[in-house]
Ligand binder design. Structure first.
Ligand code: PEP
Ligand code: MG
Length: 325
């Protein structure tokens, strides 16, 4: 079995009957690129940009960020690189700003809310990303967007940064794809509206599970309830994938669910375009895709959608994997 996994790692993730899914990596440090390439990653589906802020004594300046993003894009070329704007707060504490006094940090100033609140810091990052976008394999993605109003607010800042660069004679790629994460229930249920104003979706199942099932992702007392195949989650993901596809945009999964072998046939059955995961998981996931047929993934998805409990869903996916191996 291990030999099969090793063989699969540098082959495309394609089912026996010819359905392709992209396999990308989630990383947070430039040094991880070797592990992305070594494990057969086709691109970086999520670059968590917060670490270069957290790792420094002083906030990084525009030139430092520019160099980091350019390096990442050129090492990964022609593979795509999705730069996610700063997603700090809650679980990712930011010492530069002192402790935020929040009773519920997960429901507080994080993701794009933090960036809109600290607009100067956000603009520096957007300038660096835009300048790096001359590397045409770069895309931009916003985390924790709650709805269309907020998306438009962020885009207004983004447009104003573009004007500023233009005035200064600094070049950028005006065609850089701009996407958003779907990780709040409010964004999930309005995905049909949001899909008309972004170039792609990436579903962040880690937070989507946290916020829709009401489970703090870092709280071990309730981790047993953290179940990606909860019928609520399966329906939500299907809804977002369908809404994205109806609007003609790609939909990726970038939470840990994309690295869970049991979830892969269900996600494949929905025709997700890309699975983005920690680099070490990629060979196994590719192997699973390469051994499946879309027909069986669709049958399984149908059974899962008809089931009423997470227990039944877990059994359905386990049985389907055993049928094959
Ligand atoms: C997610 O929420 O699923 C996600 C990928 O983002 P992060 O884990 O960085 O919050
Ligand atoms: Mg998240």
């Amino acid at each position: 079995y291990q030999a099969g996994i090793n063989r699969s790692s540098h082959l495309p993730a394609e089912t026996i009957d010819g359905y392709r899914v992209k396999v990308f990596a989630n990383i947070e440090l430039l040094e991880e690129v070797s592990s992305v390439l070594g494990n057969g990653g086709e691109g970086v589906g999520l670059y968590r940009t917060e670490y270069s802020y957290l790792n420094r004594v002083k906030l990084p300046d525009e030139e430092q960020l520019l160099e980091e993003y350019q390096d990442l894009a050129s090492i990964m070329f022609p593979g795509k690189v999705v730069l996610r704007t700063l997603d700090v707060g809650a679980d990712k504490f930011m010492h530069h700003f002192g402790g935020l006094d929040e009773a519920n940090p997960a429901l507080g100033l994080r993701g794009v809310r933090f960036c809109l609140h600290h607009a100067d810091l956000f603009r520096v990052q957007l300038r660096a990303i835009l300048r790096a976008s001359l590397h045409e394999n770069i895309s931009l993605m916003f985390p924790m967007v709650s709805g269309l109003g907020e998306l438009r607010q962020i885009k207004a800042v983004f447009n104003s940064v573009q004007m500023e660069l233009k005035k200064q004679g600094l070049k950028y790629n005006p065609e850089m794809p701009v996407g958003m994460m779907i990780e709040l229930p409010s964004a999930m249920i309005t995905a049909d509206i949001l899909a008309t104003e972004v170039d792609f979706f990436s579903i962040g199942t880690n937070d989507l599970i946290q916020y829709s099932l009401g489970i703090d992702r870092t709280n071990s007392y309730v981790s047993y309830l953290y179940q990606p195949l909860h019928p609520a989650l399966v329906r939500m993901i299907k809804y977002v994938v369908d809404a994205g596809h109806r609007a003609g945009i790609e939909v990726s999964i970038c939470g840990e669910m994309a690295a869970d072998p049991y979830c892969i046939p269900v996600l494949m059955g929905m025709h997700v375009d890309c699975l983005s995961m920690n680099p070490q998981a990629m060979p196994v996931i590719k192997h699973i895709v390469r051994q499946a047929t879309m027909e069986e993934c669709k049958t399984l998805l149908k059974e899962v959608l008809a089931s009423k409990t997470v227990g039944r869903n877990n059994k359905l996916v386990k049985d389907s994997i055993f049928r094959r191996h």
